[in-house]
Design a protein around this ligand. Structure first.
Ligand SMILES: Cc1ncc(COP(=O)(O)O)c(C=O)c1O
Length: 350
């Protein structure tokens, strides 16, 4: 029988991704929008009349045009694809030679190291500072071809200082990817500034504020030179036509995004204080989720809460987020329910 030795040696140790067994739990573990499916996208899908025999547009020009109008940029500033995960893959695929170092902050999005290694690169971990900000010197001094940073950061929730990102863009001798998967919730963004820098790639997704994770749509925004490079590497037609058209409908109707962001801005501080009252130590967040240190063992909290029908994400075994859990900010009603279930777990573990 063949063993995993047959696999490519740099990726042989990869484990399958987070895939919890579900029994109808309330999902507060994926940072998606709790207000439900994007209404403009749903309206499009309900009245869908589409021919299935032809390919979609090769580079998703319709969606790229809609995004260009939204942000006051050009269609050619955009690369569109199958979730921002594909855009991460394309970014590393475009620039990584075999063995190139790529800077990955710790803690940050768990899949970065996977995408770096999958594309032949070597992840170089650079720790965030104690207050989860970028170690600018550490990143700039790393002998690396690419540096990636999510702002707001997942799992910590905070944005990085704009001046630090700018300093990295000018001092770091390589490509800089700023992953703004939660950018709609944040005050700072590099998206509209892509033409100012030779080496900046900003990533965005329709999976979070847009409430369209099921359709898998993401995009990169960068200068015309870099977008041409990335589009020539990306798998043609990777974004299917139905998802592209639904995303176009969603872009043209921003009212849902505004409402969703307002809900999170209002409810986040209330959830944080509720957690504090229960003995958690929540970290400041500019996003639609909160990372918090648990007053009891993290794995007990997550598993007991799951038994009570609420799923949150466990980061307690990872370096720099020891005994921490991450949960999505819900509506007032959802947060009250989640806090009630958490307090039951705490009561029962006394
Ligand atoms: C920081 C960050 N980047 C990228 C992604 C991937 O998003 P998508 O659903 O667009 O592939 C996620 C998803 O959780 C994320 O948290």
């Amino acid at each position: 029988m063949i063993t995993r030795d047959i696999m490519r040696d740099t990726t042989r140790d990869f484990q399958k991704y987070y895939n919890p067994k579900l029994r109808g739990e309330l999902r507060m573990d994926t940072n998606t929008n709790v207000l439900g499916s994007n209404p403009a996208a749903m309206k499009y899908l309900k009245h869908l009349e589409i021919e299935l025999d032809g390919y979609p547009n090769t580079y998703s020009d319709g969606l790229r045009q809609a995004l260009a109008e939204l942000y006051g940029l050009e269609t050619e500033n955009f690369v569109a694809g199958n979730g921002s995960d594909e855009m991460l893959d394309v970014s590393f695929k475009t620039f990584t030679n075999w063995g190139d170092n790529c800077v990955v902050p710790v803690p940050s999005y768990t899949l970065y190291e996977y995408f770096v290694s999958m594309n032949g690169g070597k992840p170089v971990q650079v720790d965030l500072t104690d207050d989860f900000q970028l170690d600018v010197d550490g990143i700039c001094k790393a002998d690396a071809k690419i540096a990636i940073m999510p702002s707001p950061n997942n799992p910590t929730g905070n944005t990085f200082k704009q001046k630090d990102i700018e300093e990295i863009l000018t001092r770091f001798k390589g490509m800089v990817i700023v992953d703004e998967a939660y950018g709609e919730y944040a005050k700072n963004s590099m998206l509209k500034r892509v033409n100012e820098f030779e080496n900046l790639i900003v990533l965005r997704t329709f999976s979070k504020a847009y409430a369209m994770a099921a359709l898998r749509v993401g995009y990169a925004v960068t200068n015309l030179n870099v977008s041409d490079m990335m589009n020539s590497i990306k798998i043609p037609y990777s974004l299917n036509k139905i998802s592209e058209c639904a995303a176009m409908a969603a872009v043209k109707d921003q009212t849902f995004i505004t409402k969703s962001v307002r809900m999170v801005t209002n409810e986040r501080p209330k959830l944080a204080s509720g957690l504090e009252r229960l003995g958690f130590e929540p970290y400041p967040s500019d996003s639609n989720f909160i990372l918090a240190k648990c007053p009891i063992d993290h794995s007990v909290m997550v598993s007991k809460l799951k038994e009570k029908g609420v799923l949150i994400r466990d980061f307690g075994n990872k370096r720099r987020t020891e005994n921490c859990v991450r949960m999505t900010v819900g509506t007032e009603e959802l947060n009250d329910y989640m806090l009630k279930k958490i307090s039951e777990v705490l009561e029962e573990s006394k």
